[in-house]
Design a protein around this ligand. Structure first.
Ligand SMILES: Nc1ncnc2c1ncn2[C@@H]1O[C@H](COP(=O)(O)OP(=O)(O)O)[C@@H](O)[C@H]1O
Ligand SMILES: [Mg+2]
Length: 387
């Protein structure tokens, strides 16, 4: 099999399911989508990290639209909770922490299900929520993925996962990219990121900004600006070092009209089938959307020999709860946003937020590892624009 054919074969696509009217109603009676954990369901649009149903713990979505991140075992979980509590604490007046808030998902405290009151979750803003067809990428930042307390074995294990981390300073953990011409998502998992070397890194990152037809240059410009703001924050502080933390990139994959008309395609408003893993289907010449040419039809410059890896996803069914509440909130937000249309050129088109703080440590020196990663990420984004 040719390299290209192999690549097509190993892409993972999600076909967006257009829910027939009224399906939300029937879904509640559908045995498979019975609400669990008080109406919370696995986060359907997660691109990396611990996954509910695959790992022992994972990320859920609350009916009110927030994201619930289960507290990891100590010391990681409590460390992440302490960090969010410090930054979003009511009494917080530290200008450094206040300046950090806009770069994080808003933290709404902890949550637990009445049935299992000892399982704590962090209740967080869903950064993707206002988007109709969110394209999402998780990029781990820093030269080291292990913290200062890590034992030798853990250090070696982390280094072995991506030996280039020290030099490159970032690693693509996962992404999903909307392809408007086929109304589907292309996904890449962490093995794709780990397969990238210096020569293929730019092409690999560029995939996140390619909609199957064109490169979204304006989106890249907007992402650069947001990353620069985060870099400025890091250069202003010596208080914290961040290890194994990520940037979550989100932009609107739908074009203007759809983006404005149908905010949010995530768990609440539309009925999703579990994403399908076409890589196991074995006929690379057939397009994976069933509608022609979607999967691997990237320009040569983006193919770059990087391997694409798939992972079967068995995340949850959608959730019909909390609908009224969500829709009301959504209307308010649309008014607030002053008629944001999702246009590629506008600020509101993208989000870049810091997430995953299980390894944030106090310090007294600049975070050289993280800033190195951000600077290299910025120059790689610039390079996509030049190529
Ligand atoms: N606030 C959020 N909004 C939207 N998606 C999120 C949010 N937090 C996490 N996610 C999704 O969940 C994934 C894993 O989150 P993360 O906090 O890194 O968990 P882990 O500790 O398991 O790595 C992210 O890659 C992203 O897809
Ligand atoms: Mg993570």
């Amino acid at each position: 099999m040719s390299e290209k054919a192999q690549e097509k074969n190993s892409l993972v696509l999600e076909i967006r399911n257009r829910a027939p009217e009224g399906s939300r109603q029937s879904q509640a009676q559908d045995g498979k989508s019975q609400p669990r954990l008080n109406g919370c369901v696995p986060l359907s649009h997660q691109v990396a990290g611990h996954k509910y149903g695959i790992d022992k713990m994972g990320i859920l979505q609350h009916p009110d639209g927030t994201v619930l991140k289960q507290l990891q075992p100590p010391p990681r979980g409590p460390r992440e909770m302490d960090f969010y509590t410090q930054v979003f604490g009511e009494g917080c007046s530290d200008p450094l922490l206040l300046a950090l808030r806009p770069h994080l998902p808003t933290f709404y405290g902890t949550w637990s299900s009445p049935d299992t009151p000892n399982d704590l979750y962090l209740k967080l803003e869903d950064v993707t929520r206002r988007f109709s067809r969110p394209c999402i990428m998780d990029v781990k930042v820093g030269r080291r993925s292990y913290d200062p307390l890590a034992l030798l074995e853990k250090r070696e294990q982390q280094i072995a996962k991506y030996p280039l981390m020290e030099e490159i300073g970032f690693l693509l953990l996962g992404m999903r990219v909307y392809q408007p011409s086929h109304d589907c998502y292309v996904r890449h998992d962490q093995l794709f990121g780990r397969s990238l070397v210096k020569d293929t890194l730019t092409g690999g990152l560029a995939r996140f900004f390619h909609d199957g037809v064109k490169l979204r240059k304006q989106t890249i410009h907007l992402c650069i600006r947001k990353v620069q703001n985060i870099l400025r924050w890091f250069e202003s502080q010596k208080q914290f070092h961040f290890y194994a933390s990520s940037l979550l990139f989100v932009y609107e994959g739908a074009s203007g009209v759809h983006a404005a008309a149908e905010p949010n395609n995530n768990n609440h408003h539309h009925h999703h089938h579990p994403p399908q893993d076409f890589s196991r289907m074995g006929t690379p010449t057939k397009n994976s959307c069933g509608r022609g040419g979607c999967a691997g039809d990237l320009p040569e410059s983006l193919q770059n020999g990087a391997q694409t890896h798939s992972s079967p996803l068995n995340l949850g069914q959608s959730n019909g709860n909390g609908e009224t509440e969500m829709e009301e909130e959504e209307e308010e937000r649309e008014e607030d946003s002053g008629g944001w249309s999702g246009d590629e050129g506008t600020e509101g088109h993208v989000e870049v937020r810091m997430i995953d703080f299980a390894h944030v440590f106090p310090s007294q020196s600049p975070d050289e590892g993280y800033t190195h990663g951000l600077m290299n990420l910025l120059s790689t984004l610039e390079k996509i624009l030049q190529d």
